[in-house]
Design a protein around this ligand. Structure first.
Ligand SMILES: NC(=O)c1ccc[n+]([C@@H]2O[C@H](COP(=O)([O-])OP(=O)(O)OC[C@H]3O[C@@H](n4cnc5c(N)ncnc54)[C@H](OP(=O)(O)O)[C@@H]3O)[C@@H](O)[C@H]2O)c1
Length: 285
């Protein structure tokens, strides 16, 4: 009983920006009977079609979206996160959530423009998929209000009451996972060149646990596929870490990613296993 009465506390969810993230979330909310609002005037054909096809309620502009929504989610191109927050800052009546992939300092700046102070820093920990299983970390004064969307199939985890913490955790995780991938790449490449890659994977599995072999190979393949994106993301990680420490590892990680881009060019996706990748690198030297 309690669950069903809570479910309809949130009656309107608005989106600023209506691309992949907004349309995926909106689709789930609409299916659960929640009204979804956005404004697509002046936006691209893709954005207008996504909103129209789902039957989202159209507002005149993002200020109207902000006035009418119980929760308004900013899901825009990262470069305009601050600009849109500034534009709607005095119009937000409910809770404003910045879910963009931006540094903690940027999210703090964006949220400082929301004059009612009901703000949430949210970080999607991976790619968004239709089932919405991806974890979304949330921090800030109103994080618990945003987390009520978990009743509608979202996977939201509140980490703290401080704006910036969710985005910082995402960056720190990124620093760790990318660093591990770079280390694996370098070590496995050296082992492959010596004809010892199979032995190395076997020995490491003894200490790293079952499934390590598959995970390691998957990381190496994924790095070859996405080296350009990873390299770009490392720039943000490095500058974020620099605010707190003098980073060393992340600089090396970036160097390795750059080397991979140089050696593979755009061929990353065309290889079926790591031996093909490493053979190609050997030939390019
Ligand atoms: N996709 C994911 O799996 C994922 C995962 C983690 C984090 N994120 C973050 O979530 C945010 C949204 O990602 P997405 O994949 O949905 O991006 P997207 O598909 O590129 O959509 C971005 C949306 O923002 C709109 N937009 C751009 N500038 C705007 C402005 N000044 N005012 C209003 N709307 C504006 C775009 O409209 P136009 O089409 O007219 O340009 C588009 O509708 C990004 O910050 C991204 O880094 C995404």
């Amino acid at each position: 009983m309690e669950g069903s009465s809570r479910r309809f506390d949130i009656i309107k969810v608005g989106f600023i920006g209506f691309g992949e993230v907004a349309s995926t979330m909106a689709s789930k909310l609409l299916a659960m009977g929640i009204e979804v609002l956005t404004a697509t005037k002046g936006r691209s054909e893709r954005t207008r079609t996504l909103a129209h096809d789902l039957g989202v309620s159209e507002c005149d502009d993002i200020r109207e979206v902000s006035r009418k929504s119980d929760i308004v989610i900013s899901a825009v191109t990262p470069g305009v996160a601050v600009k849109v927050a500034k534009k709607v800052g005095d119009h937000v009546k409910g809770v404003y959530v910045d879910i963009n992939n931006v540094a903690p300092s940027t999210v703090k700046e964006a949220l400082s423009h929301i004059s009612n102070g009901r703000v949430v820093d949210a970080a999607i920990m991976g790619r968004i998929t239709k089932d919405l299983r991806v974890k979304i970390l949330a921090s800030g004064d109103s994080a618990h209000e945003f987390a009520r969307l978990s009743d509608y199939g979202f996977n939201i985890e509140v980490r703290s009451g401080r704006v910036g913490d969710a985005s910082a955790l995402k960056m720190l995780r990124s620093s760790y996972t990318k660093g591990v991938s770079a280390l694996l790449w370098e070590t496995l490449l050296a082992a492959y060149n010596m004809g010892l890659d199979e032995d190395l994977l076997e020995i490491l599995e003894e200490t790293e646990g079952e499934g390590f072999r598959e995970r390691a190979i998957s990381r190496v393949m994924s790095l070859a596929f996405h080296s350009k994106r990873r390299y770009e993301e490392m720039k943000d990680v490095k500058s974020f870490l620099s605010e707190n420490i003098t980073p060393i590892m992340s600089k090396c990680t970036s160097k390795i990613f750059k080397e991979i881009i140089m050696r593979l060019d755009d061929l990353g996706r065309s290889f079926e296993d790591y031996s093909m990748i490493f053979d190609h690198i050997k030939r390019s030297l």
